[in-house]
Design a protein around this ligand. Sequence first.
Ligand code: CS2
Length: 494
Amino acid sequence: MTKSFLLNMENLKLMPDTVLKPSFDRDKIKTSILHIGVSNFHRSHQAYYSHELIEKFNELNYGICGVDLLDSDRKIYNILKDQDGLYTLYIKEPNGAHRAKIIGSVVEYFFGPENPLAVIERMASPDIEIISLTIAEDGYHLNEITGVFDINHPAVSEEIKNPFNPKTVFGYLTQAFKLRKLRNLPGCTILSCDNIKSNGDTMKHSLLEYVSKTAPDLLDWISENTTFPNTMVDRITTITDFDDVEELKQNFQIEDQWPVVCEPFADWVIEDKFLFKKPNWEKVGVQFTRDIEPYEKMKLRLLNAGHTILGILGTLHGYKTVHEAAIDEDFIIFLKSFMNEEVQPTLNESNATHVKNYKKLLVARFQNPHINDRLSRICQENSAKIPLFILPTINDQLQKDKNIKRAAFIIAAWCKYNDGVNDFNVSYNITDSISGTLIRNATLSHQNPIKFLEIKSVFGDLSSHKIFTDSYEASLSLLRKHDVKTCIKEMNAN
Ligand code: CS2
């Protein structure tokens, strides 16, 4: 058996030269970014970009202080503590060339449930210029129907009763900003990096709403002393498998308790709206723009929608990973037609070249055989994803009386997906915060297809749009009679 080394500062030098190790002195790094939500995605994306900036350009000011606020994040807290904040980014090329890169940009870490006051103090320290976030859709506490911040959300109302023991990101930020104001310190840039629509604006409205109810004296200060750039973030990052941990041991002699696996592609577009001088991230491929919308739309409607389509159709056909579905020619013909005929007309002309290049790369990204991205991950919380990834395309197309045939088929397939059994009679779990409603309405749809579209929190008024419902009903009736593969072939033939 090959000897392997626990990942920590001390052991770095013992690791073979095939491991890409930080060459910078981590003790010299200054922290100007505090990041909340040290997820796999943060570690493959924002922390990677900061690492590259430090490593390649000796920009020592962009160290990250990682913070997690949820009890459920205790595992990453313990691991990062053990590993001196180091972790492996296991970057898998489609041709099988895999790189193990040790990321060294997370130089501090705080765990909210253990010491909330320490987190608030760190957020309020003058050297922190950017507070970035990957707190997932749930972390924003948006109302399902209105899509705006829900002050009555149980986590929020509980916290309001006990503001000095915050639990949500809003509670922490409020306490930290109170301190900054009191101490006459400047504010900071809040950089949301979540896959939600207008992430910066959403964060801003939510925070202001929270503060108006809990600390109205702070409202003006926050408005004047913070900015909330919108961002488009992109890098396919999977759930870490035990096999990855083993491979790193065998092939690179690294013993990492929680490495991160991702594709080689990475993209980050940020609205140019920083409170202070922005990090020179453009040196490592980040794009700053005045208008984020075209990029955001492109990514959500092509990549994320593409994933969702492969997720739903693939699961019905018994596939387990994105790769398996993406090398099925029938699936790809369907996906490409959807993108070209139904999504493309809804995208802005202004970044047409970017869109063209993005589309070209997309299928190859999905087909990367080494990225074991499970369809079960993709289909989690479809009820939150579909309104963001697919419905905007449908609404835009309907408004212009344009083609929605494939989009309607996808919604019908999602209805069938909620029956919970694939075409080979194997059942799977539906992991969704409204799974009860989805399953109930999918069951009712066997008698009356429209019942599924009557879930208002997902579909709004779509059930009253005749052009859409006709197409959806035709698809659902096809899907109830035949297996999904036959239906896709039929769709492709027309
Ligand atoms: C995926 C995303 O969860 C999903 O639905 O589409 O996690 C996707 O992998 C990332 O957005 C890629 O940038």
